[in-house]
Design a protein around this ligand. Structure first.
Ligand code: GBH
Length: 482
């Protein structure tokens, strides 16, 4: 016994148990009844990828003529970001993008979702182009293509040019976004075939202008916040039209939205219907407005006198047809049918509900299935990309330099099981972009929360693949659950 390892001991106990009882037959029967490997696979053309965003990874905040964004200002304001962290250096991808493309290549991904720093290209948000900023994105895109990876480009991931007067409180910002989107489509659509206008409306509107947790850190009254939201969706619509007008024909246009995901508490017809209704009504300022081209009564009634002021033609612009919807999915909300006027209620989360390293990141893997199903059942969306899914974890480096993030693998495997369910039921799941390629600047949490498949040592900027990178690579290689 003295030389036996604990693992060997455990294994010998397991086989002894299997041999000892008359349990051998049931074990074999279960294996025979198990689904064939094919049943756990993803659609043939599934685009596997990773996602990042400009301010979170690029650094080089003052280089080659980049203008400041609201996140530069916010992160440099004492007390706004954990320990005063800023995106000044971040992962330094501005200089290390070739290395990052090799990380992508080693994973075997077909796609990379990246965003453009608007103020790198237009330092003042509009007017004069900064050619050096544009050159950077040309280099990244060319490097990706040379390595067989398709760029999927987000035009706005919260880093609004600081120079735009009034920020999203001004309708002019929506117009400036449209102009910028059209310009980028003209310059990039020879090589970029998929554009996302905007990432996650609620974060730069409600969190930035309502709660003040994100840039620019304001706490406006409800009516002004509603106007900010309106300018956000209006910018999206103007962006869609501008990309259509300026991009090559065939350019695919969508957005990356983090609708709240309403999961039926039990999978019965009445709870499913209640969750779907909640999904439409409680996402009404954003995805519902975009896909229906109107603010539904549930939103207008809830806002009353604080409802947004809408000009003639705005809703048609907001509802401009798009080619796909991108969903960023992290957490569930559970809904049950009830006898209230609304017909549903959202269940309060128990305090013991499990979560990952970020406070908000509750683990409910079936949210990936319901995010897709609610969206497609409600609005017949023809193509869905999961534009973000992933988690923070308390990654530790072992003495021999490894990061064995079995908790992240648990999170990912379980979520992808539910995405596989959606695809196998015929929902049009086209791709999945894991958040994130690298540990990076996690907004108000600074560098304290790690979401990467690659560990970044923020002192040396060295990247190390975590165990989850190995796992994702194998999943991609098989195009099936592992
Ligand atoms: C995404 O947001 C972002 O697109 C991405 O940039 C980000 O790095 C990633 O997820 C991981 O967070 O402080 O309690 O008010 C995900 C949705 C919405 C989750 C805002 C965090 C703030 C919670 N995020 N939320 S709180």
């Amino acid at each position: 016994m003295s030389n036996i390892t604990r693992r060997e001991l455990a294994q010998s106990l397991v086989s002894a148990a299997a041999l000892g009882a008359a349990g051998a037959a049931p074990i074999r029967a279960a294996a025979e009844g198990a689904p064939k490997p094919k049943a756990r696979s993803f659609p043939d053309n599934m685009v596997w990828g990773c996602a990042t965003a400009s301010y979170q990874i690029e650094g080089a905040a003052n280089e080659d003529g980049r203008g400041p964004s609201v996140w530069d200002t916010f992160s440099h304001t004492p007390g706004k970001v954990f320990q005063g962290d800023t995106g000044d250096v971040a992962c330094d991808s501005y200089h290390r993008y070739k290395e990052d493309v090799q990380l992508l290549k080693n994973l075997g991904v077909k796609g990379y979702r990246m965003s453009i720093s608007w103020s790198r290209v237009f330092p003042s948000g509009k007017g004069k182009v900064n050619q050096k900023g544009l050159d950077y994105y040309n280099r990244v895109i060319d490097e990706l293509l040379a390595n067989g990876i398709q760029p999927y480009v987000t035009l706005f991931h919260w880093d609004l040019p600081q120079a735009l007067p009034g920020g999203w409180q001004s309708r002019d910002t929506s117009k400036a976004f449209g102009d910028y989107a059209g310009f980028m489509a003209k310059r990039l659509s020879d090589r970029v075939h998929h554009f996302f206008t905007i990432n996650e409306f609620v974060c730069f509107t409600d969190l930035g202008y309502g709660q003040g947790k994100f840039a620019p850190g304001l706490q406006l009254p409800q009516n002004e916040l509603a106007q900010v939201r309106h300018h956000g969706v209006l910018a999206h619509g103007l962006g869609v039209q501008a990309i259509r007008a300026n991009g090559r024909s065939g350019t695919q246009i969508g957005l990356a939205e983090n609708s709240n995901v309403y999961v039926p508490v039990v999978e019965t017809a009445e709870h499913i219907a209640a969750a779907q209704r909640a999904h439409r009504e409680l996402n009404s300022p954003f995805i519902t407005a975009v896909l229906e081209g109107k603010y539904i009564d549930a939103y207008l009634n809830a806002m009353g006198p604080n409802a947004p002021k809408v000009e003639n033609g705005d809703m048609q612009i907001i509802g401009s047809p798009i080619d796909f919807v991108g969903l960023n999915v992290y957490t569930p909300q559970y809904v049950r049918a009830d006898s209230s006027t609304a017909g549903y209620s959202v269940i309060k989360q128990p305090t013991s509900f499990p979560r990952m390293a970020s406070e908000w990141l509750s683990i409910g893997p079936e949210c990936l299935y319901w995010a897709v199903r609610n969206l497609v059942d409600l609005w017949k969306v023809p193509a869905v990309y999961i534009t973000e899914n992933g988690c923070s974890a308390d990654d530790a480096v072992t003495p021999d330099g490894r990061i064995e993030d079995t908790d992240r693998i648990m999170y990912l495997r379980n979520h992808l099981t539910h995405l596989q369910r959606a695809a196998s039921e015929g929902y049009p799941v086209k791709g999945y972009f894991l958040w994130s390629l690298l540990d990076n600047f996690e907004w108000a949490d600074g560098y304290s929360k790690r979401f990467g498949l690659h560990y970044v040592d923020f002192k040396t900027l060295k990247r190390t693949p975590k165990l989850s990178a190995e796992w994702y690579r194998e999943l991609i290689r098989r195009n099936a659950l592992v």
